[in-house]
Each structure stands twice: as structure tokens, then as C-alpha cells.
Design a protein around this ligand. Structure first.
Ligand code: SF4
Length: 330
């Protein structure tokens, strides 16, 4: 592991100020990036493999930061602190009753041990599980820009089928982010200059284009402070995750859905793109059935021969959900 400086700020303002001053450190300081760390469930693995080699690590787990609460908002929604653990979020009675799709996505996302450590912000920022990204002997534009993409002509069963580029076909691994995209969450931050910013979740993650190493619209040193949810949608909440084995696996395809009694609703898809995939215009076709929706949802898809099966898998998984919600509540 490379050496790094370690900081433990006591307020969010101090955290972004520390990040800003570390990035501007004089030449005799270690060069490189600055990273915030909380649960560390992804970052520590990446550091051990020397895929992430931050020069400055800023530990944002101090309780004095005040980012570990779940609170009601004035408009009837919910404010989730960036440091709320996945376990606590999935178990919160308000989430279980009013945002059940979020609770189910989190529970489907990882083992209890990981959920006990992983935080709301960290879950949004976790990096792809593309095997070429983790193998430093392989080319990977995301890990080392300009080196190529091992997956494009290699093993690509798990990879993206839509929103891909010639530089990268990786998927976003988070289940929680798929539910947040469905719910129209907003990500709240402190920018490096200390001013707050509010980012709609649909503008938070980036498609790969020719810069797959840039995965979000966050500025360097910008700290996520909370995520807010609008008032509850009602309806039936479903999170269906299809994977190669029943647990400890990332999604081949996942679908977050909220379906109303009249058949209208929303869907967002995981496991098929570099971002949680949602096409609002396609949702108008939900009353017409899964085939109509997926025709619009997946228009322009560019699967590989190894993962073209995901096109049909999305349609069949959605058909299953639409059939199930006609029955009695479980
Ligand atoms: Fe790297 Fe993306 Fe290609 Fe995977 S798909 S090897 S993450 S560039």
C-alpha cells in the first residue's frame, strides 16, 4: 500500500477545507488524489490492490459531523445523512413503510456485514466490479485512462448493454442507487469552496463516453452531506434482482418498480448500464405491458454477443413484476 496522509475533521466545512488544502499542498507533500473515507467497504479493497492510491485520506466518520441521522423533511419527504449505514436505512420504519423499494434494494445489495459498515454516500460512489478493472495486468480505461478496454473483446457477460461507449462497457454496481433513481432523490453536497449544491440523482452518475474514469458529476473534494427523498409515491414497491447465484453477487439485471393500482408507475433498471437506467418516457407504456416498455427503454442498446440475453431478461423480469402486482400483497 502507498503511504498517505490521514485527517479526521470534526465538521463538514472542515472536511472540504481539509480536502481543498490537501489538494493544494506544496510539492514536498505526496502528490495525488484526496479521498473521503467512511465505511471503506470498497475503497480499502481498491487501495490494497493499488487501484486507488490516494495521497490524502479524509476520515469523515466523526459523529460531530452530524451526518448520521434520518429526518423528516418539511415537505413530507425524508432526509438521509450521508453517513447513515445501509443497515440502519433499510431498517428505518419510515423507509420500510413508505419507501419499501429502497429498503428492498439495500437488503438485496450486500451481506449484513457489509451493510453494517457501508454508508449512504459510499454506496452511491462505489466503483464497478468489472474484473478487468480489478486486474492491474489488464488494460482498462477506467483504471488507467488511455490503456484500452479489456472487456470490449473479452469476458462481458456482466457488462452494460446500453449507454456504452468504445472506451468502457462497465455497469454501476449499486442496488441502492437504482431505487434512489426511481424515487427521484436529490444528492446534497458541500463544494470545495464551502457552498452547498443540490444534484438531482439523474444528473449525479455519468455515462462513460471517452472519460470512463469520471463516474459522477462531483468536483474533486466535494463532499456528499445527505440525500433527500420526495414525499412517498404510494403504490406497490418491488425490487427484483436477478443474478448468477442467490447471494453475494452483483445484478445481471435488477428492476426497481413502483406500480399504482391503475397500472401506471415508474421503473429503473440496474445491471445494464454505467448508471442506474431510467427512461421516464417509456413509463407511459407500463399499462400496455413489458414489451411496449422495454422497446422504448432499451432503444439504442449495444450489447455484446455475451450479454445480449439481458435484453430479453429485462423484458421478462418486468413482465413478471407486472403480473405479480396484480395479485394480493405479500
Ligand atoms: Fe475498464 Fe470499463 Fe473496460 Fe471494464 S469495461 S475494462 S472498467 S474500461
Amino acid at each position: 500500500m502507498k503511504s498517505f496522509t490521514y485527517h479526521r475533521p470534526t465538521t463538514p466545512a472542515e472536511a472540504v477545507a481539509t480536502a481543498a488544502s490537501a489538494a493544494a499542498a506544496p510539492q514536498h507533500q505526496p502528490p495525488g488524489t484526496t479521498k473521503f473515507i467512511a465505511g471503506g467497504t470498497n475503497l480499502l479493497d481498491l487501495m490494497k490492490l493499488q487501484i486507488e492510491t490516494p495521497a490524502h485520506l479524509i476520515d469523515v466518520t466523526s459523529p460531530t459531523l452530524g451526518l448520521d441521522q434520518i429526518q423528516d423533511t418539511e415537505n413530507g419527504g425524508l432526509k438521509i445523512g450521508a453517513l447513515v449505514r445501509n443497515t440502519d436505512l433499510a431498517a428505518d420504519p419510515r423507509v420500510r413503510s413508505d419507501y419499501a423499494v429502497l429498503a428492498r434494494a439495500i437488503v438485496a445489495g450486500a451481506s449484513p456485514q457489509i451493510r453494517n459498515m457501508a454508508t449512504t454516500a459510499g454506496n452511491l460512489l462505489q466503483r464497478t466490479r468489472c474484473p478487468y478493472f480489478y486486474d492491474t495486468d489488464q488494460p482498462c480505461n477506467k483504471r488507467t485512462p488511455g490503456t484500452g478496454c479489456g472487456a470490449l473483446h473479452g469476458y462481458s457477460r456482466q457488462h452494460a448493454i446500453i449507454g456504452v461507449s468504445d472506451s468502457c462497457i462497465a455497469t454501476h454496481p449499486s442496488d441502492m442507487a437504482v431505487a434512489l433513481r426511481l424515487l427521484d432523490a436529490t444528492v446534497h453536497t458541500l463544494q470545495p469552496d464551502g457552498t452547498p449544491r443540490h444534484i438531482p440523482i439523474g444528473e449525479f452518475h455519468r455515462l462513460p463516453d471517452n472519460e470512463p474514469h469520471l463516474e459522477t458529476t462531483l468536483l474533486p473534494g466535494e463532499l456528499i452531506t445527505s440525500v433527500t427523498l420526495p414525499p412517498p409515491l404510494g403504490g406497490r414497491h418491488v425490487y427484483l434482482k436477478i443474478r448468477d447465484r442467490a447471494s453475494y453477487a452483483f445484478a445481471l439485471v435488477s428492476i426497481a418498480a413502483v406500480i399504482q393500482p391503475d397500472g401506471r408507475g415508474r421503473i429503473a433498471i440496474g445491471g445494464i448500464a454505467h448508471i442506474p437506467w431510467r427512461v421516464e418516457a417509456a413509463e407511459a407504456d407500463l399499462p400496455q405491458g413489458a414489451k411496449a416498455v422495454t422497446t422504448r427503454l432499451l432503444a439504442g442498446a449495444r450489447p455484446t454477443p455475451q450479454n445480449a440475453f439481458k435484453l430479453k431478461l429485462v423484458e421478462r423480469a418486468l413482465a413478471s413484476i407486472l403480473e405479480d402486482v396484480k395479485g394480493p400483497r405479500p
